[in-house]
Design a protein around this ligand. Structure first.
Ligand code: 1GP
Length: 231
């Protein structure tokens, strides 16, 4: 089992070095536009995430291959379910939806992923995934049949992140949901950051430079932006 690689991609997301991942949803991406899509991305982009709550058309593999052909940036799977795993990426966020109580997204999908992961050299990154209320029903909440945590109950969010670290997560992902009206509040980011000893990813509803800088200042190590770069 020693073909599994840990820490390579993760070490890029080190504290102090702020990272920016652009999320590409294969359902909304045209591979023929890959070069022009990549050209419009901010120069500070450090990672490409690929995934969506659903991949109805099975475009993930083609999307990953196109991005790898056109870019040197690490391509990391951010899968909505196990069918979105492809060995052509560099790494996978091995997500556990800790804000929810649906066993399918706590451990069920993870078990279904093993066959494909056994045959890949993907860096597997255990990630505690915490969905908070972004002011509109997110696709994650709908597909996973879970409720987001209220942004008003900061201690529950902090404790969920700590539980994730205690369970072995190497990253915590604070998610307001793609297309969120309200991104994760800076106060929440800073309380979570103070409580954990692992890098913190923040995404969902971040559209402006000011929102991005506020999230970094509050303690986000890596910010994920998707909708802002969709055509
Ligand atoms: C969603 O956090 C990501 O999982 C990105 O969200 O599409 O709102 O940028 P946006």
């Amino acid at each position: 089992m020693n073909q599994f690689h840990y820490q390579n991609i993760l070490s890029d997301i080190s504290e102090g070095k702020k990272s920016l991942a652009i999320l590409i949803d294969p359902d909304k991406f045209s591979t023929s536009d890959t070069a022009s899509f990549l050209q419009q991305l901010p120069t500070e982009t450090t990672h490409l995430f690929v995934g969506g709550s659903t991949d109805a058309n099975g475009h993930t593999e083609a999307t990953v291959k196109a991005l790898k052909n056109h870019s040197q940036l690490p391509v990391i799977l951010f899968p909505g379910d196990h069918t979105q795993i492809t060995k052509f990426a560099d790494a996978i966020l091995f997500l556990s939806l800790l804000s929810g109580r649906n066993p399918e997204y706590l451990v069920g999908q993870q078990l279904k992923a093993v066959e494909k992961l056994k045959e890949s050299k993907l860096e597997v990154i255990p990630t505690g995934y915490i969905l908070v209320d972004g002011g509109t029903e997110s696709t994650v909440a709908r597909v996973s049949n879970t409720k987001p945590l209220s942004q008003d109950v900061v201690s529950t969010i902090v404790h969920t992140a700590m539980a994730g670290e205690f369970m072995g997560a190497k990253l915590i992902y604070l998610e307001a949901g793609s297309g969120a009206i309200n991104p994760v509040r800076p106060e929440i980011i800073s309380e979570v950051k103070k409580a954990i000893n692992i890098p913190l990813i923040v995404g969902g509803g971040i559209k402006t430079e000011a929102q991005k800088q506020a999230a970094y200042k509050a303690g986000a190590d890596l910010i994920v932006m998707g909708t802002a770069f969709e055509k």
